[in-house]
Design a protein around this ligand. Structure first.
Ligand code: PMP
Length: 433
């Protein structure tokens, strides 16, 4: 076979996909895979949905693409209204993009332009967590705390002040409250040392995603970060690229905590794998200040096009119509119980954590000391390969904060039923034996 001209990151040879339905995919050799991670936590409604296809075809028949400076389009307006409604009008403005990185990039630039427009141009720096992942474009990468991805580009990204978030599995403090206090004291000190008047925004995921294996930050921490942003006069950007659009059982993960951001970036599940679409949701006064100073100096060609927005609108309507959020809660409980049972059975399953249908499993060499497996064992790659042999797709990562172990995410489509949840757990158990 001729070598393919395609290239991405390094990795093993891949089976060629044939087709997919519901939570299952098949390769050209006829092997079946249960999609235990919704692709990259994006195919939130499962595969091959006739309702999404019909909505897309209807829009394709009308008009697929118009450019935002030439036409308004009804699906974009309707989707923006729907998204604002999903925040209960806490965020009133919407800016469309085509990916998670673009959403983060746009939120950073909007924050910066807001302060320029408001007469505080010295606010140009960002604070973010290490570890974290916010995207691959230079701005989003600049606030990302994930060493191998950062390394070749540190000289040419905006960079950010990187601080630690809570780690309730590994901390050595006397209890969780003390741990949060200590982390917050360190964060405050780092922000004070950096001069709070130069900080435009703090960006973080309300529930850790791929970079931390669904590490929870918790109510107290999030409330205090909100208060710290208010005290220091900077904005709070929540990266809900992964957690948004129902993944954790609420429309947006922040709604579990009642901690409202000033800007919110979302993507992945919004197009549900059917079309690339993302959005920044923003406080109206931020947008008004920027628009009043000549408009937002930023935009992408495909942003907010009719087909993208009609697809995302069909996704949002399907979630509403089918009561998908209640399914997330019910299946989430089953998944949690099943993963906890695996933790009880296998000593090398160190921690199981998550919310809704976003679950992380951290692997350790020793469950007493919580020591990670040596990096060269590539434990995360091994468990992923074993799961794939059992016909299960999971989403692996190494945390790379120098302390935590390998982990993988279990994030099936939000529409998975009880039988397939049981099947997912059975395949995972077989991969672990
Ligand atoms: N932020 C978070 C939290 C993500 O998980 C991702 C994707 N894994 C991104 C941003 C970047 O999204 P995209 O790959 O669509 O650019």
């Amino acid at each position: 076979m001729d070598p393919s001209p395609l290239f991405y990151q390094a990795g093993p040879a891949l089976p060629e996909v044939s087709h997919a339905r519901g939570v299952y995919l098949w390769d050209e050799a006829g092997r079946e895979y249960l999609d235990g991670c919704s692709g990259a936590i994006s195919c939130n409604l499962g595969h091959g949905r006739p309702d999404i296809r019909d909505a897309m075809l209807a829009q394709l028949d009308r008009v697929a693409f118009t450019y935002r400076t030439q036409f308004e389009n009804a699906p974009a307006v309707a989707l923006a209204k729907a998204l604002v409604g999903l925040t209960h009008d806490q965020l009133q403005k919407v800016f469309f993009v085509s990916s998670g990185s673009e959403a983060v990039e746009s939120a950073l630039k909007l924050a910066r332009q807001y302060f320029v427009a408001s007469g505080e141009p010295e606010r140009r720096r960002f604070v973010s967590l290490r570890p974290s992942y916010h995207g691959s474009t230079l701005g989003a990468l600049g606030v990302t705390g994930y060493q191998p991805l950062e390394a070749p580009f540190t000289d040419i990204t905006i960079g950010s002040l990187k601080v630690a978030g809570p780690d309730f599995y590994r901390h050595a403090d006397a209890d969780d409250t003390l741990h949060v206090e200590r982390i917050l004291a360190e964060t405050r000190a780092a922000m004070e040392a950096a001069d709070p008047d130069t900080i435009a925004a703090f960006i973080l995921e309300p529930v850790g995603g791929a970079s931390t294996g669904a590490r929870m930050l918790g109510q107290a921490y999030l409330e205090r970060i909100r208060a710290l942003c208010d005290e220091f006069g900077c904005l709070l950007i929540l990266d809900e690229v992964l957690t948004g659009v129902g993944r954790t059982g609420t429309w947006f993960a922040y709604q579990h905590y009642g901690v409202t951001p000033d800007l919110l970036a979302t993507a992945k599940g919004l197009g549900a794998g059917y079309y690339p679409v993302g959005a920044v949701l923003a406080r109206a006064d931020i947008v008004e200040a920027v628009m009043g100073s000549g408009g937002f100096q930023h935009g992408h060609t495909y942003a907010g096009n009719p087909l993208a927005c009609a697809t995302a609108l069909a996704v949002v309507e399907a979630i509403q119509r089918e009561g998908v959020l209640s399914n997330v809660a019910a299946r989430g409980c089953e998944l949690e119980a099943g993963l906890e049972a695996l933790k009880a059975r296998f000593a090398w399953v160190g921690d199981v954590r998550g919310l809704g249908l976003l679950w992380g499993v951290e692997l350790v060499a020793d469950s007493d000391t919580k020591a990670p497996f040596p990096a060269e064992q590539n434990r995360f790659a091994r468990i992923t390969a074993l799961a794939k042999e059992e016909g299960l797709l999971i989403y692996p990562r190494r945390t790379l904060d120098g302390v935590a172990g390998d982990h993988f995410l279990v994030t099936p489509p939000l529409t998975i039923d009880a039988a397939d949840t049981a099947e997912l757990l059975a395949r995972l158990e077989r991969a672990m034996v």
